[in-house]
Design a protein around this ligand. Sequence first.
Ligand SMILES: CC(C)(COP(=O)(O)OP(=O)(O)OC[C@H]1O[C@@H](n2cnc3c(N)ncnc32)[C@H](O)[C@@H]1OP(=O)(O)O)[C@@H](O)C(=O)NCCC(=O)NCCSC(=O)C[C@@](O)(CC(=O)O)C(=O)O
Ligand SMILES: [Mg+2]
Length: 298
Amino acid sequence: MGRLRRSMLYVPGNNPSMIRDAHIYGSDAIMFDLEDSVSLNEKDAARNLVYEALRTCDYGRTEIVVRVNGLNTPFGRGDFEAMVRAKPDAIRLPKTETPEDVKEADELITQIEKEIGMEQGTIKLMAAIESSLGIINAYTIATASSRLIGIAIGAEDFVTDLKTTRSKEGIELLTARSQVLFAARAAGIDALDTVFSDVNDEEAFIREVKLIKQLGFDGKSLINPSQINILHHIFTPTEDEIKSSIRVIKAAKDAENRGLGVISLDGKMVDKPIIDRAYRVLELTEAVNRDSIEEMWQ
Ligand SMILES: CC(C)(COP(=O)(O)OP(=O)(O)OC[C@H]1O[C@@H](n2cnc3c(N)ncnc32)[C@H](O)[C@@H]1OP(=O)(O)O)[C@@H](O)C(=O)NCCC(=O)NCCSC(=O)C[C@@](O)(CC(=O)O)C(=O)O
Ligand SMILES: [Mg+2]
């Protein structure tokens, strides 16, 4: 199991106190934002602030991502120049529409890594898909660079592009979410869901997190620290799930010893995909526990 990416907390790049304290809330990743949470006249200041923070703050084991401005904006190139040098774990491309968008970013990162003598491939990429064209191109985007560790859907921009609005049930997002998932799974990278923007509506947030977990997403971007524990709780296997996975694996091992490929456990068929899912539950449990134990050491 790769890195846990259940929660990714957006932090506006122009807010010094949020930038300083972002890791204390325990999200798996922090995403410093230079794009839509920063107004045009604060773009340069935000870039400098995030650069300094990445050079000087210790965020422990939290994965660090920076959402830059697109390369088709006046700020994109400068963001890449500064951020590669600041060495986050990954750069997130906003509003990705074509594989060429990813390739252009990959080539620029490669060039900067060379210039500064950084090992090639150090800086990873995430691509956010936020338009119909991006959704149509999801698989070619997901396979456009070996730096890519995940693709994400950006729902606020996406529904605007669709000429609709966001409902709490998310019917307007279902096809696009599925498309992002299929593309990510086919490419062997993570599938990341979008923000839930109404911080005060906890019930609807819980419903959305359960939905995206059931669809198969690895995690979700968040805008507020109050969303982190709720999401972690839903994404952590329950005691019942762990116990039943252990029973499945024990029964499968026993069946294997007896030369059987398929068996029945409590009246339910158990075969390879079910056994694989049971192992995944245990891997996820191990990853969650490993991360919380390592956090306690810090
Ligand atoms: C929503 C609100 C204003 C509420 O403020 P409030 O002040 O009411 O929050 P409170 O709960 O009172 O804060 C309690 C304590 O937590 C601290 N605290 C709060 N939030 C924190 C945080 N994020 N990071 C660290 N610290 C934080 C705060 O400083 C305070 O600390 P302290 O004073 O010490 O007690 C605030 O959260 C916030 O700004 N969120 C980030 C918004 C943002 O980044 N948007 C851009 C990304 S979306 C986008 O672009 C769309 C997208 O692209 C997305 C996609 O791609 O998916 C698409 O198209 O869909
Ligand atoms: Mg957006």
